[in-house]
Design a protein around this ligand. Structure first.
Ligand code: PA5
Length: 447
């Protein structure tokens, strides 16, 4: 197994009896996922996806990525939420957060349409000047404001630069199979399309075309990624938490939350985990945060954030627990040099590998946070390969679904996301929202 779940830093916080006490409940939650009898079961397509994905489309994804790699200096990936976080997490985790700055024979990849920032859009447009560009727009609904605005802009840019026919070769659309407006429009325009399966929600979609096309464009081996996910699917096929670490992780989170630890912090020790953290926060936040329930997902990257949030975690409100991801093999080697002057007094670690110091910082922090009253779940990964990423994705997706059912929520819907959209449409004057606009304008104009 390329993932090990350790409970050694939960000692004194979660007892064997407490784990035993929820094991049946966790098993039932797992069975609900597996049998498709739970709430939201229309969205269980991710469950056996690593085995049952569309091979024909997978081959088209690879072919499209080769075409993009050959013809483009820049790939602009347009999407928001589940339509971009997974791809960005994979590229940063497997390649680098500095991917665009690396020497490479694959295109730079920029993400657009995940905000409404004028600055961000204008900066990207200026980066694109004089470059050969392809675009992958990803939107299941096809009507989400942020990516729709960005797609208008980049579609026109490509048409102006390459003409209607040339642009057609450079626009790749990932959307709903047949219902969405983007599908209809793309078919009419002749753009190549890929599918967000009906039964896979955005935040569970990284192993579909949503994530796989941009990931493949970054030169990451998507066969390996799917293999990792498939092996995880096989490894996590028992309902018994003693034999299934994904079920165990779900159970531990619920035990901790019921004891008042209602904020979970996902901790990494590598900057390449920042976007993995963001992907994980969406997965757990949107899946669990409803009906006035849920464990609040937050994240840090240490040791960086030990110098910002470390104080709070050590001594602030005691409603936290941490889930620490330790990547065992750093994939590179760097030895700390000796310095004759020894002004910083650090010659006692000269000659040691930097990763040894990083791992020691992790152990020191685990113990300090335990001593400060913060339970820690430890997830150990072998490496940062595509295979391990796929394995980890499946682990977290399954655990999230099981955990959501244990919490008593539907882990596959996101009704709360609509509230801001309705208000925004009303305030922007969308036809049909006139009454709402009048009411909101009154509220805004109050002193
Ligand atoms: O997880 C989700 O369902 C959401 O984050 C969506 O991915 C996000 O809102 C974007 O939606 P769409 O792909 O329809 O543009």
């Amino acid at each position: 197994m390329s993932l090990n779940l350790s409970c050694k830093f939960l000692e004194g916080f979660v007892s064997a009896d407490e784990i035993n006490a929820v094991s049946k409940e966790a098993a039932s939650a797992y069975e609900l996922v597996k049998s498709g009898k739970g709430e939201g079961s229309d969205f269980l397509g991710w469950f056996d996806l690593p085995e049952n994905y569309d091979r024909e489309e997978f081959a088209r994804i690879k072919a499209a990525s080769e075409k993009i790699k050959k013809s483009s200096d820049i790939l602009v990936v347009i999407g928001i939420g589940g339509s971009y976080l997974g791809a960005r997490a994979a590229i940063e985790f497997v390649k680098s957060p500095l991917y665009n700055n690396l020497k490479k024979d694959t295109p730079d990849i920029y993400f657009a349409g995940n905000n409404i920032s004028t600055t961000a859009l204008c900066e990207l447009l200026s980066i694109c000047e004089g470059k050969d560009i392809s675009v992958n727009v990803i939107s299941k609904s096809g009507t989400t404001t942020e990516p729709a605005v960005a797609f208008r802009v980049f579609k026109q840019l490509l048409i102006d630069k390459y003409g209607v026919d040339g642009a057609r070769d450079r626009i790749f659309v990932t959307t709903d199979k047949c219902r969405g407006t983007l599908k209809k429009f793309s078919d009419e325009a002749g753009y190549e399309t890929f599918v967000v399966p009906d039964n896979v929600g955005g935040r569970y979609s990284v192993l579909t075309a949503v994530g796989l096309l941009p990931i493949a464009c970054a030169g990451i081996d998507i066969d390996e990624m799917m293999l990792g996910a498939k092996n995880a699917m096989n490894d996590y096929s028992s309902s018994d938490l003693l034999k299934n670490d994904a079920v165990k992780y779900a159970a531990l989170r619920n035990v901790l939350a019921r004891g008042g630890k209602v904020t979970e912090i996902l901790v990494g020790y590598e900057p390449y985990m920042v976007m993995l953290n963001e992907w994980w926060k969406q997965l757990y936040g949107e899946s669990e945060g409803k009906d006035n329930k849920g464990i609040f997902p937050s994240s840090v990257v240490f040791s960086t954030d030990l110098h910002s949030l470390g104080q709070y975690i050590q001594e602030g409100q005691r409603n936290l627990f941490e889930t620490v991801i330790n990547v065992k093999n750093p994939g590179a080697k760097f030895v700390i040099p000796n310095d004759e002057a020894n002004v910083d007094g650090l010659n006692f670690i000269s000659g040691k590998e930097l990763d040894y110091v990083n791992k020691t910082a992790m152990l020191a922090t685990l113990i300090a946070h335990n001593d400060g009253g913060v339970p820690n779940i430890l997830i150990e990964l072998e490496d940062r390969s595509a295979y391990t990423f796929g394995y980890l994705v499946y682990f977290f997706e399954l655990a999230c679904a099981v955990s959501g059912y244990m919490l008593g929520v539907n882990p596959f819907n996101q009704p709360g996301v609509e509230a801001y959209k309705k208000n925004m449409f009303a305030l922007l004057g969308k036809p049909g929202y006139e009454d709402m606009k009048a009411e909101l304008d009154k509220r805004i104009s109050k002193n």
